[in-house]
Design a protein around this ligand. Structure first.
Ligand code: ATP
Ligand code: MG
Length: 242
Protein backbone atom coordinates (compact mmCIF):
# COMPACT_ATOMS: atom_id res chain seq x y z
CA UNK A 1 0.00 0.00 0.00
CA UNK A 2 1.36 3.42 -0.85
CA UNK A 3 1.77 6.14 1.76
CA UNK A 4 -0.84 8.85 2.16
CA UNK A 5 1.89 11.50 2.11
CA UNK A 6 5.44 11.11 0.88
CA UNK A 7 8.17 13.72 0.57
CA UNK A 8 11.11 12.61 -1.52
CA UNK A 9 14.37 14.56 -1.42
CA UNK A 10 12.60 17.93 -1.12
CA UNK A 11 14.61 21.13 -1.48
CA UNK A 12 13.32 24.64 -0.74
CA UNK A 13 15.29 27.87 -1.01
CA UNK A 14 14.46 31.38 0.06
CA UNK A 15 16.62 33.40 -2.29
CA UNK A 16 20.18 32.27 -1.63
CA UNK A 17 19.21 30.53 1.62
CA UNK A 18 18.85 26.74 1.26
CA UNK A 19 16.16 26.05 3.90
CA UNK A 20 15.31 22.40 3.10
CA UNK A 21 18.13 20.16 1.94
CA UNK A 22 16.69 16.89 0.76
CA UNK A 23 13.88 16.18 3.20
CA UNK A 24 12.23 12.77 2.99
CA UNK A 25 9.34 11.62 5.13
CA UNK A 26 6.13 9.61 4.95
CA UNK A 27 2.77 9.56 6.72
CA UNK A 28 0.60 6.47 6.43
CA UNK A 29 -3.20 6.37 6.33
CA UNK A 30 -4.58 7.12 9.81
CA UNK A 31 -1.14 7.60 11.35
CA UNK A 32 0.10 10.34 13.72
CA UNK A 33 3.64 11.37 12.80
CA UNK A 34 5.58 14.00 14.69
CA UNK A 35 7.98 16.43 13.03
CA UNK A 36 10.42 17.75 15.61
CA UNK A 37 13.36 20.12 15.61
CA UNK A 38 14.66 23.34 17.11
CA UNK A 39 13.89 26.88 16.00
CA UNK A 40 14.67 27.61 12.35
CA UNK A 41 15.30 23.92 11.56
CA UNK A 42 12.75 24.01 8.71
CA UNK A 43 9.58 22.60 10.28
CA UNK A 44 7.21 25.30 9.03
CA UNK A 45 8.94 25.33 5.66
CA UNK A 46 8.29 21.59 5.37
CA UNK A 47 4.60 22.19 6.14
CA UNK A 48 4.46 24.95 3.51
CA UNK A 49 6.06 22.65 0.94
CA UNK A 50 3.42 20.00 1.70
CA UNK A 51 0.58 22.50 1.36
CA UNK A 52 1.92 24.24 -1.72
CA UNK A 53 2.54 27.50 0.10
CA UNK A 54 6.17 27.68 -0.95
CA UNK A 55 7.91 26.61 -4.15
CA UNK A 56 9.70 23.28 -4.11
CA UNK A 57 12.96 23.65 -6.00
CA UNK A 58 13.72 19.95 -6.32
CA UNK A 59 12.19 16.71 -5.11
CA UNK A 60 8.65 15.38 -5.03
CA UNK A 61 5.59 15.78 -2.80
CA UNK A 62 3.18 12.89 -3.26
CA UNK A 63 -0.33 12.62 -1.90
CA UNK A 64 -1.91 9.17 -2.08
CA UNK A 65 0.50 8.38 -4.90
CA UNK A 66 -0.26 11.52 -6.93
CA UNK A 67 2.62 13.90 -7.62
CA UNK A 68 1.28 17.23 -6.30
CA UNK A 69 4.65 19.02 -6.18
CA UNK A 70 3.53 21.75 -8.56
CA UNK A 71 -0.21 21.67 -7.92
CA UNK A 72 -2.12 24.51 -6.23
CA UNK A 73 -3.01 24.53 -2.55
CA UNK A 74 -6.72 24.27 -3.47
CA UNK A 75 -6.00 21.15 -5.49
CA UNK A 76 -4.18 19.61 -2.54
CA UNK A 77 -7.04 20.49 -0.18
CA UNK A 78 -9.50 18.79 -2.54
CA UNK A 79 -7.14 15.82 -2.64
CA UNK A 80 -7.31 15.50 1.15
CA UNK A 81 -4.74 17.71 2.92
CA UNK A 82 -5.66 20.46 5.33
CA UNK A 83 -3.76 22.47 7.86
CA UNK A 84 -3.71 24.15 11.22
CA UNK A 85 -1.24 26.93 10.49
CA UNK A 86 1.41 28.28 12.81
CA UNK A 87 0.13 30.69 15.48
CA UNK A 88 -3.41 29.22 15.09
CA UNK A 89 -4.50 31.85 12.61
CA UNK A 90 -8.28 32.06 12.68
CA UNK A 91 -10.14 34.85 10.87
CA UNK A 92 -10.53 37.23 13.83
CA UNK A 93 -13.32 39.41 12.41
CA UNK A 94 -15.44 36.43 11.43
CA UNK A 95 -17.67 34.47 13.78
CA UNK A 96 -16.91 30.92 14.91
CA UNK A 97 -19.46 29.53 12.40
CA UNK A 98 -18.10 31.64 9.55
CA UNK A 99 -14.61 30.35 10.29
CA UNK A 100 -15.88 26.78 10.16
CA UNK A 101 -17.66 27.36 6.84
CA UNK A 102 -14.48 28.92 5.46
CA UNK A 103 -12.75 25.60 6.14
CA UNK A 104 -15.10 23.98 3.63
CA UNK A 105 -14.33 26.46 0.85
CA UNK A 106 -13.32 23.81 -1.66
CA UNK A 107 -16.52 21.78 -1.18
CA UNK A 108 -19.67 21.97 -3.30
CA UNK A 109 -21.79 19.44 -1.32
CA UNK A 110 -23.90 21.81 0.78
CA UNK A 111 -25.71 19.09 2.67
CA UNK A 112 -22.43 17.42 3.57
CA UNK A 113 -21.01 20.71 4.82
CA UNK A 114 -24.10 21.25 7.00
CA UNK A 115 -23.69 17.74 8.43
CA UNK A 116 -20.05 18.41 9.19
CA UNK A 117 -20.88 21.70 10.90
CA UNK A 118 -23.18 19.73 13.21
CA UNK A 119 -20.45 17.16 13.75
CA UNK A 120 -17.93 19.87 14.73
CA UNK A 121 -20.43 21.32 17.17
CA UNK A 122 -20.77 17.87 18.72
CA UNK A 123 -17.04 17.30 18.84
CA UNK A 124 -16.34 20.78 20.23
CA UNK A 125 -19.28 21.86 22.43
CA UNK A 126 -17.47 25.06 23.41
CA UNK A 127 -17.53 26.15 19.80
CA UNK A 128 -21.24 25.39 19.55
CA UNK A 129 -21.94 27.65 22.51
CA UNK A 130 -19.93 30.42 20.90
CA UNK A 131 -20.96 30.01 17.30
CA UNK A 132 -21.86 33.68 16.79
CA UNK A 133 -18.89 35.07 18.73
CA UNK A 134 -16.11 36.85 16.84
CA UNK A 135 -13.21 34.43 16.60
CA UNK A 136 -10.68 37.08 17.61
CA UNK A 137 -12.36 37.36 21.01
CA UNK A 138 -12.08 33.64 21.85
CA UNK A 139 -9.51 32.53 24.41
CA UNK A 140 -6.25 31.07 23.12
CA UNK A 141 -7.39 27.52 23.77
CA UNK A 142 -10.74 28.11 22.10
CA UNK A 143 -9.05 29.62 19.05
CA UNK A 144 -6.88 26.53 18.89
CA UNK A 145 -9.94 24.26 18.92
CA UNK A 146 -11.49 26.42 16.21
CA UNK A 147 -8.37 26.16 14.06
CA UNK A 148 -8.46 22.37 14.41
CA UNK A 149 -12.22 22.16 13.73
CA UNK A 150 -11.89 24.44 10.71
CA UNK A 151 -9.14 22.21 9.31
CA UNK A 152 -11.48 19.22 9.62
CA UNK A 153 -14.26 20.94 7.65
CA UNK A 154 -12.64 20.03 4.34
CA UNK A 155 -12.97 16.32 5.29
CA UNK A 156 -9.23 15.81 5.10
CA UNK A 157 -7.41 12.51 5.11
CA UNK A 158 -4.37 14.31 6.53
CA UNK A 159 -4.16 17.38 8.76
CA UNK A 160 -0.82 19.18 9.05
CA UNK A 161 -0.57 20.96 12.40
CA UNK A 162 2.16 23.52 12.99
CA UNK A 163 2.79 23.85 16.73
CA UNK A 164 -0.86 23.66 17.80
CA UNK A 165 0.12 23.96 21.46
CA UNK A 166 2.28 27.06 21.15
CA UNK A 167 1.57 29.63 23.84
CA UNK A 168 -0.93 27.48 25.70
CA UNK A 169 -0.82 26.79 29.44
CA UNK A 170 0.44 23.27 30.31
CA UNK A 171 -3.03 21.99 31.17
CA UNK A 172 -4.37 23.19 27.82
CA UNK A 173 -1.40 21.64 26.01
CA UNK A 174 -2.40 18.23 27.35
CA UNK A 175 -6.01 18.90 26.42
CA UNK A 176 -5.19 19.86 22.83
CA UNK A 177 -2.94 16.81 22.37
CA UNK A 178 -5.63 14.53 23.82
CA UNK A 179 -8.08 16.11 21.42
CA UNK A 180 -5.79 15.45 18.45
CA UNK A 181 -5.38 11.81 19.51
CA UNK A 182 -9.16 11.47 19.87
CA UNK A 183 -9.87 12.96 16.42
CA UNK A 184 -7.33 10.60 14.95
CA UNK A 185 -9.00 7.61 16.65
CA UNK A 186 -12.58 8.61 15.93
CA UNK A 187 -12.29 10.08 12.43
CA UNK A 188 -9.29 8.05 11.23
CA UNK A 189 -7.64 11.25 10.04
CA UNK A 190 -3.86 11.14 9.73
CA UNK A 191 -1.89 13.89 11.46
CA UNK A 192 1.52 15.39 10.78
CA UNK A 193 2.30 17.20 14.01
CA UNK A 194 5.00 19.84 14.27
CA UNK A 195 6.04 20.39 17.86
CA UNK A 196 8.85 21.86 19.89
CA UNK A 197 7.78 19.81 22.89
CA UNK A 198 9.21 16.55 21.61
CA UNK A 199 8.23 14.34 24.48
CA UNK A 200 4.60 15.40 24.43
CA UNK A 201 4.31 15.04 20.68
CA UNK A 202 5.87 11.59 20.75
CA UNK A 203 3.41 10.53 23.46
CA UNK A 204 0.60 10.53 20.87
CA UNK A 205 2.59 9.78 17.69
CA UNK A 206 3.56 6.40 16.31
CA UNK A 207 6.68 7.72 14.57
CA UNK A 208 8.75 10.85 14.39
CA UNK A 209 11.37 12.76 12.42
CA UNK A 210 13.83 15.30 13.76
CA UNK A 211 14.89 18.16 11.51
CA UNK A 212 18.18 20.00 11.97
CA UNK A 213 19.24 22.79 9.59
CA UNK A 214 16.91 21.63 6.87
CA UNK A 215 17.77 17.94 6.96
CA UNK A 216 16.28 14.91 8.68
CA UNK A 217 18.81 14.22 11.43
CA UNK A 218 16.94 11.40 13.18
CA UNK A 219 13.92 9.24 12.50
CA UNK A 220 12.26 6.32 14.22
CA UNK A 221 9.29 5.03 16.12
CA UNK A 222 8.11 7.21 18.97
CA UNK A 223 9.56 4.72 21.45
CA UNK A 224 12.95 4.68 19.70
CA UNK A 225 13.16 8.45 19.63
CA UNK A 226 12.14 8.78 23.27
CA UNK A 227 14.95 6.37 24.15
CA UNK A 228 17.55 8.04 21.95
CA UNK A 229 20.10 9.98 23.99
CA UNK A 230 20.75 12.26 21.01
CA UNK A 231 17.19 13.55 21.08
CA UNK A 232 17.47 14.22 24.77
CA UNK A 233 20.67 16.18 24.33
CA UNK A 234 19.57 18.17 21.33
CA UNK A 235 15.87 18.62 21.64
CA UNK A 236 14.63 17.86 25.10
CA UNK A 237 17.21 19.97 26.91
CA UNK A 238 17.86 19.05 30.50
CA UNK A 239 14.24 18.39 31.34
CA UNK A 240 14.70 14.62 31.16
CA UNK A 241 16.97 12.81 33.64
CA UNK A 242 19.84 10.87 32.04
N1 ATP B 1 9.94 33.62 3.60
C1 ATP B 1 11.19 33.43 4.02
N2 ATP B 1 12.23 34.14 3.50
C2 ATP B 1 13.49 33.93 3.91
N3 ATP B 1 13.85 33.03 4.83
C3 ATP B 1 12.88 32.31 5.39
C4 ATP B 1 11.49 32.46 5.03
N4 ATP B 1 10.77 31.60 5.76
C5 ATP B 1 11.62 30.95 6.54
N5 ATP B 1 12.90 31.36 6.33
C6 ATP B 1 14.10 30.86 7.00
O1 ATP B 1 14.15 29.46 6.84
C7 ATP B 1 14.62 28.84 8.04
C8 ATP B 1 13.60 27.80 8.49
O2 ATP B 1 12.42 28.48 8.89
P1 ATP B 1 11.13 27.70 9.41
O3 ATP B 1 10.08 28.71 9.62
O4 ATP B 1 10.85 26.58 8.48
O5 ATP B 1 11.67 27.12 10.79
P2 ATP B 1 10.90 26.36 11.97
O6 ATP B 1 11.60 25.07 12.17
O7 ATP B 1 9.45 26.32 11.67
O8 ATP B 1 11.21 27.31 13.21
P3 ATP B 1 10.27 27.70 14.49
O9 ATP B 1 10.39 26.56 15.43
O10 ATP B 1 10.97 28.92 15.03
O11 ATP B 1 8.88 27.96 14.00
C9 ATP B 1 14.84 29.95 9.06
O12 ATP B 1 16.21 30.26 9.09
C10 ATP B 1 14.04 31.11 8.49
O13 ATP B 1 14.61 32.37 8.82
MG1 MG C 1 7.76 27.19 12.60
Amino acid sequence: MSDLLALEDVHVSYGPFHALRGVGLTVGEGEIVSLLGGNASGKSTTMKAILGLTRVRAGVVRLAGEDVTHRSTAHRVRAGISSVPEARRVFPEMTVDENLRAGAYTRRDRAGVADDLDRMRELFPRLAERRRQQAGTLSGGEQQMLAVARALMSRPRLVCMDEPTMGLAPRLVDQVLDEIARLNRELGVAVLLVEQQAELALSIASRGYVLATGQIALRGTAAELLDDPRIHEAYLGKAVPA
